[in-house]
Ligand binder design. Structure first.
Ligand code: GTP
Ligand code: SPV
Ligand code: MN
Length: 596
């Protein structure tokens, strides 16, 4: 291969400059071929960077363990580096670009000595679609390359596309020393650049994902008048064969992957529903000439949460990850297969846990706490096309039309199973006031309720007050805006038990959502929005004790009045920038809650 298998001058110059900084021993351009992938795997097996799994039982599957201090996104080390702090907003950590480059350059300097620098040209969205964006990631991690080959369309075809268009996001990554004290995830939206150093984990390093497709893309989307969102996209084929598409934003580890590929519960199967998965994490949506909102999933793979995945909770995923899968931080069984807490079958007697240490079932640590086989944020990376529910429109350059937008969080109390916003502006208020309990997907205190508007708080690459304004404006561009809903699968009873069985049963709620979209069903007006009458949720084949369904749909005024305090505190951090429409919605909600 040529030294530079591209004529793109900008690309050649940038690769040379970064190589000078990082000092790799060699540079390898990723072409996306099977042969090159095989060779990379062989090299990674030789150094134990990845481990080959039992090829009879799990063909094409491998295992990787990240450093124990490097198992989730590190939001406190993630920065938006805009010239003005105000543009990054109170929702982001901020550094001036010059400071960011300087600090990171110190760590990048010579960091690839003794290593190869891989050049990964990738497209988010189908190559050549006017919807898509191109990035090039330079990395010294074979694990990252192998993941990018699944999660994005990477290789030769993208280089050819870069002969036609000049622009691409410059993504530089080095594991460096995997030292948490020398770790930085920096975004320079004004330079279309991402620099990530000192980590080897998921969202920190697969730069096409959260960094490009959400933080950088959200910044671009505001300028270009579209939406880059932390949303799943799914098609629901109705009994008459018609498919309606919905997009749903839930915070990390709150059920997007599970919902996106649900298999209808027995009781509803008879009706003839079928689910088509378009995406499980990211949606890029724009208004088309028909005045409707259209969405694509820019990714081509899933990077899904392993713990809790089994044939009951997510049968489609269990099928999907039987081959060609990279498992990260799961338990390795003696027979060369893998396991995690909440997997199918019996708990294995022994294995090697996610930290690479011998593990036995029932093991306790010095404090008497169970030692886990898999990390709670253990993941699998797998091509979407492996999934039995994969949509036939995945390669469609225009994507799919969206009929409903659903926001949701993990709330033990407060939020009912489902409610519908009164209109677009109220829906933006519902999204902007979302909150959820912290999960293992990010470093921090588990269970703590935090505000996470539109599930984008960690991913909005600019001042979120401007983001709310942008959402409000987008509503005005559509002749037929999707209806907006809020769901909560996680309400608990007095004993701390989930009241709603969730997973496949969630289709019962989606059925109501679609019926509302086509004006087929009545709803009860409450201060927070429209709530279903219990009888309108089809419960065929599902028995919930006593008045559980009624309880799930209850709106407690006192609780919501208390919630208003948290909302006010949150809104205030945006000072004068917060759109006045959101304060107006706040006041109207308060008035509705206080009236008899
Ligand atoms: P990211 O990939 O981090 O963005 O997360 P995600 O939103 O795709 O989350 P995912 O679907 O992987 O769900 C993560 C966790 O939520 C797992 O522990 C699931 O078992 C749990 N979960 C998903 N759906 C439901 C549900 O309907 N009810 C309950 N109780 N738990 C659920
Ligand atoms: C999330 O945390 O929302 C994820 C996983 O989807 S990661 O790619 O690590 O961000
Ligand atoms: Mn996510």
């Amino acid at each position: 291969m040529d030294k530079f298998p591209t004529h793109n001058k900008k690309l050649k110059e940038w690769v040379s400059k970064m190589a000078k900084l990082c000092q790799p021993d060699s540079i390898v351009w990723i072409d996306g071929s099977d042969g090159q992938k095989k060779q990379l795997e062989e090299e990674a097996f030789a150094t134990d960077e990845i481990i080959r799994l039992n090829q009879e039982k799990l063909p094409g599957c491998v295992l990787h363990r990240t450093h124990p201090n490097d198992v989730a996104r590190t939001e406190h080390l993630t920065f938006i580096c805009t010239k003005k702090k105000h543009d990054a907003g109170p929702n982001n950590n901020w550094m001036p670009p010059a400071t960011g480059y300087k600090k990171a350059r110190e760590i990048f300097k010579g960091a690839m000595r003794g290593r190869t620098m891989y050049v990964v040209p990738f497209s988010m969205g189908p190559v050549g679609s006017e919807f898509s964006k191109i990035g090039v990631e330079l990395t010294d991690s074979k694990y990252v390359v192998l993941n990018m080959l699944i999660m994005t369309r990477a290789g030769e075809a993208v280089l050819r596309q870069l002969e036609k268009e000049d622009d691409f996001t410059k993504c530089l990554h080095s594991k460096a020393e995997l030292d948490v004290n020398k770790r930085l995830i920096l975004h320079f939206p004004e330079d279309n650049t991402i620099w990530s150093v000192g980590s080897g984990y998921g969202g920190n390093v697969l730069l096409g994902k959260k960094c490009l497709s959400l933080r950088i893309a959200s910044f671009i989307a505001r300028k270009e008048q579209w939406l880059a969102e932390h949303m799943l996209i799914m098609g629901i084929e109705e009994p008459n064969g018609h498919i309606e598409y919905i997009a749903a934003a839930f915070p990390s580890a709150c059920g997007k992957t599970n919902l996106a590929m649900l298999i209808p519960p027995e009781g509803l199967k008879k009706k003839g529903y079928r689910i088509w998965t378009v995406g499980d994490d990211i949606a890029w949506m724009r208004v088309d000439s028909d005045g409707q909102l259209w969405a694509i999933n820019p990714e081509s793979g899933f990077f899904g949460v392993a713990p809790g995945t089994n044939s009951d909770s997510n049968p489609a995923m269990v099928e999907t990850i039987k081959k060609d899968t990279i498992f990260t931080n799961v338990l390795l069984k003696p027979d060369g297969t893998v396991w995690w807490e909440g997997a199918d079958g019996d708990v294995p007697n022994e294995g090697i846990n996610w930290q690479g240490k011998p593990w036995k079932s029932g093991m306790k640590d010095a404090e008497g706490k169970p030692v886990l086989g898999a990390n709670p944020n253990a993941r699998f990376t797998v091509p979407i096309k492996n999934c039995p529910t994969a949509s036939f429109r995945l390669e469609q350059h225009h994507g799919v039309p969206i009929s409903a937008i659903i926001f949701g969080g993990r709330r033990q109390h407060l939020a009912p199973l489902v409610y519908e916003a009164f209109n677009w502006q109220h829906g933006i208020f519902v999204g902007a006031t979302m909150a959820s309990e912290r999960t293992a997907a990010q470093v921090g205190k588990l269970g703590e309720v935090r505000r996470d508007p539109m599930a984008m708080f960690p991913f909005c690459g600019y001042n979120m007050a401007f983001y709310f304004r942008h959402w409000l404006n987008m509503g005005k561009k559509m002749t037929k805006a999707p209806k907006i809903f809020h769901v909560n699968w996680f309400r608990q009873d007095e004993k701390g038990k989930f009241m709603w069985p969730g997973f496949r049963e969630n289709l019962r709620v989606l059925e109501w959502v679609l019926d509302r979209c086509s004006n087929k069903v009545y709803a009860v007006k409450t201060p927070i929005g429209y709530v279903p009458q219990p009888a309108d949720i089809d419960m065929t084949g599902l028995h919930l004790p006593g008045d559980t369904l009624e309880k799930l749909l209850e709106v407690h005024k006192e609780d919501w009045l208390r919630e208003l305090k948290g909302i006010k505190e949150f809104f205030r951090i945006f000072k004068k920038d917060l759109p006045k429409e959101l304060w107006q919605e706040y006041e109207e909600l308060e008035a509705r809650l206080k009236s008899k």
